[in-house]
Design a protein around this ligand. Structure first.
Ligand SMILES: [Zn+2]
Length: 297
């Protein structure tokens, strides 16, 4: 019996010890949380220097998704550029068919170094295969857009078109916790059912004003890619390049020069959502009737 009591006593003291440790840990966590939450977010960024990544990590971990919404006047519209005053020398660099090993990360490194944000039209299948590369794109602050699951050009039934877009949206949500209303049809095919579905969902369908030509089977040199883009660049333009769907070393090699030369011409780089926001801010003011209606609501 004595043995039994001794062991109970031992167990109890063990439990008490664990309880004490747990309670102390909780108190420390609560104290730390209280301290940190009193520090303004900006100061915390300055202290830790990891805010961008941490934000994205918490975005992925938390249930609230990051949304890339479309300004109202661009919803359910297909665009190849966005009108901006000539004085607003902005241009959007876009990359399709990734995420992809090597090329995506090479391009990301340049964009980070040059402090340029771009828009990435991701295909569902490679995003599923290379989720970590997809997460890097998001962590670096770029815009995520939908470029279908299989990258088909063929005619599709409404149901298949819906699946191509929605299955990709699901992968983007699962991997990145992002919801995006920006869509680009593979090959720029506008009549195979995909664009009809995307517009029905009020998405923004993004074509391009400059095709870098980098997806041509005979891969053009980085010099040729650069020359094509410089020849076609306009304020409010959208530049099409590729980081995936095969190796695009020449594109990755061209990006530093593309940024340098366009900058020298006075261009600023924006994402497609930023371009549409800017364009919307210069849109026609509402008519007298609209203003009247608005003032009564
Ligand atoms: Zn594509």
């Amino acid at each position: 019996m004595g043995d039994y009591f001794d062991r109970t006593k031992q167990l109890l003291s063990g439990k008490t010890l664990w309880f004490a440790i747990a309670a102390t840990s909780c108190a420390v966590v609560v104290l730390l949380h209280t301290m940190l939450s009193r520090i303004p977010a900006d100061a915390l960024v300055a202290i830790t220097g990891i805010a961008k990544t941490a934000d994205v990590t918490s975005t992925i971990a938390n249930s609230v998704p990051l949304n890339f919404d479309v300004p109202k006047n661009f919803q359910a519209k297909t665009i190849k550029d966005a009108p901006v005053p000539v004085s607003e020398k902005v241009i959007a660099l876009t990359f399709d068919d990734g995420p992809w090993p090597e090329t995506t990360e090479q391009i990301l490194a340049t964009l980070k170094q040059e402090n340029v944000k771009a828009t990435f039209y991701m295909v569902g299948q490679p995003l599923k295969s290379f989720p970590e590369i997809g997460k890097k794109v998001l962590a670096d602050g770029h815009v995520i857009a939908n470029h279908t699951l299989h990258h088909w050009y063929k005619q599709m039934s409404p149901l298949v078109a819906q699946r191509e877009i929605e299955d990709t949206a699901k992968i983007i949500k699962e991997v990145l916790n992002v919801e995006t209303d920006y869509f680009r049809p593979p090959g720029g095919v506008l009549t195979n059912g995909l664009v009809a579905y995307a517009e029905k969902q009020n998405q923004s369908v993004n074509m391009w004003s400059v095709d870098s030509g980098d997806s041509h089977p005979k891969r053009p040199s980085s010099e040729a890619i650069l020359a094509t883009i410089l020849a076609g660049a306009t304020p409010g333009g959208i530049v099409l390049m590729h980081d995936g769907g095969g190796s695009h070393g020449n594109t990755a090699k061209a990006v530093p020069q593309i940024i340098a030369k366009l900058r020298a011409q006075g261009y600023k780089f924006v994402t497609v959502p930023e371009l549409l926001e800017l364009s919307s801010s210069f849109a026609e003011p509402p008519t007298a009737q609209e203003s009247l209606t608005r003032s009564h609501t």
